[in-house]
Design a protein around this ligand. Structure first.
Ligand code: WT7
Length: 652
């Protein structure tokens, strides 16, 4: 199992428990375990009662139709997501309540009330319609962390277009692959986005991508990098490209929401798997919104006066469910920050928390480990007394980082929720509820009410440590992989009959705390981002010098896992530092900077089984400098011994 060994050791000794203060418990959204009993008694009725908190244009007639592995939730129900995130709050007296606070990297800020946000979304929705975007059309969104990203998503939802957000750090090639898989007709992008003082030239990247996309008819461009200056505006193509600000200037601020079927597509979001080709994860409307609303409210203990900040990028599922849909559907005040945590200095996040009185803060373990490394002096320069709840997501958190988060950021006052979920699950699946459960560092706790998880071995037998499994369908589950039902069935449902396989290993301790140990497949989790080893390998062999490549994750103090590559060169190529640099950059250009290998070892051979399969497990041992595991199935055990020797000498 590909569990992180150091974390596992730390977890084995972990016996500490923490609980919320009496004051926190007194005011909490969920105050006792009755919610678990209710969900256990009647799971479908539990979810139905959450669906009832939303505004439906027509009520469902059937809660769930389950034809494994295909689920439909709230059948017959008709609903619009943007209406639930915006209009509904005006009726509930939140007209002037701040919906969105945005902080730019350069310190500028914008505030949108629910009324403002509704008007802005409606203007864009009308503009998209005027460009010919219709219900069911796919719209790609390639934007930096600016309010327009959330506005674009909500505008699509309003008119029934299916959005697909592509992280702004992805390469032109990755953007093109996604657009082509979706046959998207419209792209919303920006001239550029700020990152650590520099500008990411998004429009230039988009133009490069569009050279190989035939389906895009219209491009909407937000003028973020300013001006529009010559440098970043690239060329505006006549008839195809439109400035966002010019479009919405003339648009009506009223746009009646398209009434959608509960099972209509809301969005497709791509994520990595075990093959080179990313999967378009399909999420639909009613069930998705129901589970994100319930989990946001209960897990984050969301109250009317909270200022809620999730530091993810909208290009990932966390940004979809817990920056945009979950918090806005709950009528929350959401903070969104454009830039990096260490720009202009390492106190930036805490300065923002102080400036806006952030009360709920949700981030990733990789960020927490970076804060730890930078030192608590950066934190203690600021007043963090507004914080009352902390969250973590994306990868296993080591107890040491958990305790640091608790003591330094939470000042021992704030409960921590460690939330396990995935792009595929759409919403949180495993987490403690802050006022009712004890928490243990490194453990996500237990399944959310209405979610059924267990640990199984390969044969489907129940175990205390093994594969995480989800035994019943849940409202926000993926419905399929876009255009590829077969891959959907194979990837998630073929291990056991009718049971979902998420690809993670997990264990449960004697006190019932569930800990996620990490991926058990060929998927890396580097700095909280999911990258397939095969994806990196195919980018590597795309370099003219590379004959063969193997990629593994190796333990990294801050990133969790770093990307370690082993490469065999083609004849006539000689290894050099320049070549290694060039190959690394090639991967970044093909996929995006997040996939750039941290290390590349040029080797003459790779350890293979007699049937020719690369044994990545052994490469991992080499990369982590550990004793080699079992080598008896290798065709030639001397290969890996040689590789180890080479690796050790190169490290010196
Ligand atoms: C994978 C999903 C869900 C949003 C961010 C990542 C890992 C996620 C935790 C956690 C341990 C976690 C799993 C999972 N993961 N949350 N709290 N503890 N591991 O979404 O890119 O779809 O990745 O992230 O390995 O399968 P994603």
């Amino acid at each position: 199992m590909n569990a992180k060994p150091n974390n596992l050791d730390a977890l084995l000794d972990e016996k500490r428990q923490f609980g919320a203060s009496a004051e926190f418990r007194k005011k909490a959204v969920v105050r006792d375990r009755g919610i678990y009993d209710k969900a256990k008694d009647d799971r479908l009725n539990f979810w139905e009662s959450w669906a009832e908190t939303l505004k439906w244009n027509e009520k469902w007639h059937t809660v769930l139709e389950w034809t494994p592995p295909y689920a439909k939730w709230f059948l017959g129900g008709r609903i619009n997501v943007s209406e639930n995130c915006l209009d509904r709050h005006l009726d509930e007296g939140r007209c002037d309540k701040t919906a969105l606070i945005w902080e730019g990297e350069n310190g500028e800020s914008r505030h949108y009330s629910y009324q403002d946000l509704l008007e802005e979304v409606s203007r864009l929705a009308n503009s998209l319609k005027s460009l010919g975007v219709k219900k069911g059309d796919r719209v790609a969104i390639y934007l930096p962390m600016i309010p327009e990203a959330a506005i674009a998503m909500l505008a699509c939802a309003r008119i029934g277009a299916v959005h697909s957000v592509v992280f702004g750090g992805f390469s032109p090639q990755s953007l093109a692959d996604r657009i082509n898989d979706l046959r998207a007709t419209c792209l919303i992008t920006a001239d550029g986005g700020y990152r650590r003082g520099g500008v990411v030239p998004l429009k230039i990247n988009a133009d490069k991508a569009l050279e190989s996309c035939v389906t895009i008819e219209k491009v909407v461009v937000v003028a973020r990098a300013g001006q529009p200056t010559k440098e970043f505006s690239a060329e505006m193509q006549n008839g195809r490209d439109h400035w966002y600000h010019e479009l919405i200037r003339g648009a009506e601020s009223n746009c009646s929401p398209e009434v959608m079927d509960s099972e209509d597509l809301l969005f497709v979001l791509y994520t990595s798997g075990t093959t080179g080709k990313p999967k378009g994860i399909v999420h639909t409307t009613g069930g998705y919104l129901t589970q994100v609303v319930a989990t946001t409210k209960c897990v984050f203990d969301l109250q009317e006066d909270d200022v809620y900040w999730c530091t993810a990028d909208v290009g990932w599922i966390t940004g979809h469910s817990y920056i945009v849909y979950g918090p806005l559907a709950n009528g929350a005040t959401v903070l969104m920050y454009e830039g990096a945590p260490d720009w202009p200095d390492k106190g930036r996040f805490w300065e923002i928390c102080q400036k806006y009185n952030v009360s709920i803060f949700y981030t990733a373990p990789t960020a927490i480990r970076a804060f730890m490394k930078w030192g608590k002096e950066w934190v203690q320069k600021y007043d963090l007394s507004s914080l009352r709840l902390l969250g973590t997501v994306g990868e296993p958190i080591n107890p040491e980082a958990w305790v640091w988060y608790h003591e330094v950021i939470g000042e021992e006052r704030c409960p921590i929720v460690d939330t396990w979920w995935q792009t595929e699950t759409g919403a949180i699946m495993i987490s403690t509820l802050p006022a009712v459960s004890q928490t243990r560092p490194g453990s996500a706790g237990e399944a959310f009410p209405g979610i059924c998880t267990t640990l199984l071995d390969e044969d489907g037998e129940s175990v205390k440590a093994g594969f995480l499994a989800i035994t019943e369908p849940w409202p926000s589950m993926l419905r399929t992989i876009y255009g590829d039902d077969e891959r959907y069935e194979d990837t998630y449902w073929s291990k056991w009959n009718g049971i979902y396989f998420p690809g993670d290993g997990a264990k449960i301790d004697e006190d019932g705390f569930l800990s996620i140990l990490g991926r058990v497949d060929d998927v890396l989790n580097t700095a909280g981002h999911r990258i397939g080893t095969m994806e990196v390998e195919s980018a590597l062999v795309d370099h003219p010098s590379v004959a063969e490549a193997a990629v593994v994750g190796k333990f990294h103090e801050v990133k969790g896992e770093a990307i370690a590559a082993f490469v065999i060169l083609k004849e006539k190529w000689d290894a050099s530092d320049e070549l290694v640099m060039d190959i690394r950059n090639h991967v970044a250009e093909k996929i995006g900077a997040i996939a750039r290998p941290d290390s590349i070892v040029i080797t003459a051979d790779l350890p293979k089984t007699r049937s020719g399969k690369i044994m990545r497990r052994l490469l991992k041992d080499v990369a982590e400098g550990k004793a080699l595991g079992d080598t008896t199935t290798l065709a030639d055990p001397s290969v890996v011994q040689g590789l180890k020797k080479q690796y050790l000498s190169e490290q010196q």
